[in-house]
Design a protein. Structure first.
Length: 421
């Protein structure tokens, strides 16, 4: 169509006013084929309102034409008018040659809206009509994967894989590998990651391969894949934490700490990197550096419970009981949300000889640790030191019920009840 080509050339050359004049002439006076072709072209170029007007104009003459309704549906989807698109696409008759295409578009729309059962029905109907269309199997795989229906998703992806390794820009071996990995089937996933890597080197595939190898316990393989990824894209932030973990599990603590330092340079707001840095530095005997890493993690997230508890353990080893109390006071963590903080505070106050505070914390912690033998021992011995023999006897009775042959508990209980008599 000569005028269609002329309008497109004008648009490409920036002659928008001239193109608009020609467009309006086609809209008012053009032949149906000319309007349809121009509508398609304008849609591809992103002129959605103009394309929409042309197709709606045609539908006034051909209201049941499936090809027009599908194109209008696609335009509306691209414009973000999903509800309108659904209304248009639902008009297409099941006897129309374009019905299958409409079902695929509708399935996408319903999936986006979270209407998975409706989406599945549309796709299964489309599969009945177009049994050889592997794009439908792919869509079913995507749907079942999103729903966590692993077996169904794998079956759908395997059907695609019989025909194509890639569809809609997606590597199917990688899709299967990711699904198996998320489902905890790490050994099986590694086979598909290897296939995907042989087909195309892609950084997300490389990360998935490394992550799955790490989960499966193949730490050297994980180190190799993450290192390769780092060389390809040093700004791929997620790799550093997992590479550091792989080094740690291989016992290569210095390399682990170096990796953490590299990762922090790339992502200074990653609290997990700082936390792991604290653990690794402490294992290496670098207590001061470890403390600093833990404090950085808590500065990023004052509610980071694991970092707080681990830092407390370090302070206990160093007998820094005031620091434990200060840390607990500063945290954005309520003690009843993490009862271990109550226990930590109780022991710390006891060591600082602030016995009334210690008693208050022990009593609060008892609610959460009444079945914990170590806690009950701490609490019981504290009560003895404080001369609270009745309460201490109750605690050691509880301990003896759990461990009836424990001679130490028997002797203490006998002494405590004897004091009472």
């Amino acid at each position: 169509m000569e005028r269609v080509n002329k309008i497109i050339n004008m648009l490409e050359n920036g002659q928008h006013n001239e193109a608009l004049t020609e467009y309006n002439d086609v809209l008012q006076n053009g032949m149906p084929d000319e309007k349809f072709l121009l509508g398609e072209e304008l849609y591809q170029y992103g002129f959605l309102e103009e394309a929409k007007s042309l197709i709606e104009n045609l539908l006034e003459t051909f209201p049941e034409e499936g090809e027009l309704l599908v194109l209008l549906g696609e335009i509306l989807v691209e414009a973000g008018e999903d509800e309108e698109a659904i209304l248009v696409l639902e008009k297409i008759s099941e006897y129309d040659a374009n019905f299958g295409q409409s079902l695929l578009l509708l399935a996408d729309l319903y999936q986006v809206q979270g209407l998975y059962e409706v989406c599945e029905r549309k796709l299964l109907k489309a599969k009945e009509l177009l049994p050889d269309e592997i794009i439908i199997d792919f869509a079913l795989g995507e749907l079942y994967s999103e729903q966590g229906e692993v077996t169904k998703a794998l079956e759908a992806y395997e059907k695609v894989l019989k025909e194509e390794n890639e569809i809609a820009g997606v590597n199917i071996d990688q899709r299967i590998a990711d699904l198996l990995s998320v489902s905890g089937m790490f050994e099986e996933a590694l086979v598909y990651y290897e296939k995907a890597m042989n087909e195309k080197l892609e950084i997300n595939t490389l990360f998935g391969y490394g992550f799955t190898a790490l989960q499966a316990g193949y730490y050297q393989t994980a180190i190799g894949k993450f290192t390769e990824l780092k060389e390809l894209d040093p700004e791929y932030h997620s790799l550093y934490l997992h590479l550091a973990l792989a080094y740690e599990r291989e016992g290569e603590l210095e390399n682990s700490l170096l990796t953490i330092q590299e990762g922090i340079k790339q992502d200074e707001f990653n609290k997990e990197l700082f936390f792991l840095g604290g653990k690794i530095a402490t294992q290496l005997g670098k207590a001061e550096a470890g403390e600093q890493y833990f404090r950085e993690a808590l500065a990023l997230d004052p509610g980071f419970i694991e970092a707080a508890l681990t830092l407390n353990k370090l302070f206990f080893l160093q007998e820094r009981y005031e620091d434990i109390i200060d840390l607990i006071t500063e945290l954005d963590i309520k003690e009843d949300e993490e009862p271990q903080l109550l226990w930590d505070a109780a022991v710390s106050y006891q060591k600082l000889e602030k016995f009334s505070y210690a008693l208050d914390k022990y009593e609060s912690a008892y609610t959460f640790f009444k079945k914990n033998e170590t806690f009950l021992q701490d609490y019981g011995y504290f009560l003895i030191e404080e001369g609270k023999s009745d309460r201490a006897a109750e605690i050691f009775k509880q301990l003896l019920n759990e461990d009836p042959t424990n001679g130490e508990y028997m002797d203490l209980l006998e002494r405590l009840t004897g004091l009472k008599d």
